[in-house]
Design a protein around this ligand. Sequence first.
Ligand SMILES: NC(=O)c1ccc[n+]([C@@H]2O[C@H](COP(=O)([O-])OP(=O)(O)OC[C@H]3O[C@@H](n4cnc5c(N)ncnc54)[C@H](OP(=O)(O)O)[C@@H]3O)[C@@H](O)[C@H]2O)c1
Length: 427
Amino acid sequence: MSEPLRLGIAGLGTVGVGVIRIIRQKAAQLEARTGRKVVITAVSARSQKDRGVPLDGYAWEADPVKLATRDDVDVFVELMGGADGPAKESTEAALKAGKDVVTANKAMLAEHGQELALLAEGEGRVLRFEAAVAGGIPVIKALTEGLAGNDITRVIGVMNGSCNYILTRMENANLTYEEAFAEADGLGYLEADPELDVGGIDAAHKLALLAAISFGTQVKFDGVQLEGIGRVTIEDIRQAADMGYKIKLLGTAQMTGRGLVQSMSPCLVPATSPLGQLEGGTNMVVLEGDHVGQIVLRGAGAGEGPTASAVMSDVIDIARGLRLPTFGQPANTLKTTPSANSGTPAPYYLRMTLHDKPGALAKVATCLGDAGVSIHRMRQYDHVDDKAPVLIVTHTTSRDALDAALTKLPATGVLASEPVALRIEEV
Ligand SMILES: NC(=O)c1ccc[n+]([C@@H]2O[C@H](COP(=O)([O-])OP(=O)(O)OC[C@H]3O[C@@H](n4cnc5c(N)ncnc54)[C@H](OP(=O)(O)O)[C@@H]3O)[C@@H](O)[C@H]2O)c1
């Protein structure tokens, strides 16, 4: 039997406590599965309050950097969060002190992933982050191991359960965005800074990590075209449903001849597709490989149990001696690729309200036609106060052509509201 694997855990919040529970409950299985004991030697948090799990037998370190460099720690488990500050300082200190690191911290990796991966690999250590993307769904393992024989052609998914919860509640309970947001907040589903969720930032962190692994590129979070769900209205949701679609905060990453497309924005997906049927706080990641075709992974994207399950997957790999580069290939071989400044062509959903004037619709159609955007389907709803809501689904077009048409629309004088344009993603 090998020596025990000794963990130092920094952060005793939702995820940290979940990891401690699994290790306490499953000591025998862990030993059977890895051939060695997995033990916690030391822990750290800001305060020494009751956590609902026994902490006796673990040394206490107020300073996570000290914890990260202790002689009796083999693996530093970083579960504090934050892109910089103590999380980054202690991760760097652990790697430099010859420790492996497991983290759930998408913000830190999305901002500093390349630098930290280079450091880890330079020190001969591993830095693992299964829990940072889509909670309990083993998507990093799927990409770096199960699908390693493929060229990944596209990654697409719903990666923020709170946004999906809000959009689902708007549709199913006929709530406004503000009402659904307040409900999600009341249930504790939103981060302390809700903009991280509804602004799409948290999901964009995850997408940037998946893109790096999928396309062998350096993580480029600032290359994600980002739009949150704050402008989605109940009318959009109803009218999209009327046309056979659902609205989701959708992440898409794809390598094109113009560079890497990374986009996180509200999109329409067919209501009958797996993504269209995804309800509530669940996550779904769809991976497309040149040999395997399409793989759909679905599961809990957050929460104590699912996230701790993913942390344990990394710990168990280390205990078993599986040592993979952070992003699936050595960090010094990851390419720098330009970001494509617009996505691949797609059909678009356009919603606008027109003044009730003769020829108004014709003027809109001309504007679109002049920019090379052709109309696939159009629906006009009943006039209210001399204003007519209009819905248009275009044929596949580039975002640039659509924007050219949208820029010219105000000059027609027929618009009673700013048009809403949402991409339709075929999946
Ligand atoms: N919660 C989820 O469902 C989920 C899912 C996926 C990924 N993650 C990621 O997992 C990480 C942890 O999330 P969480 O939800 O468990 O957070 P959390 O409940 O807020 O817990 C954070 C923990 O870190 C401790 N901490 C913060 N600053 C510290 C410092 N300077 N020194 C020592 N300890 C410090 C806190 O101590 P005190 O308790 O004393 O304040 C707390 O125990 C984050 O990176 C998050 O993005 C979370």
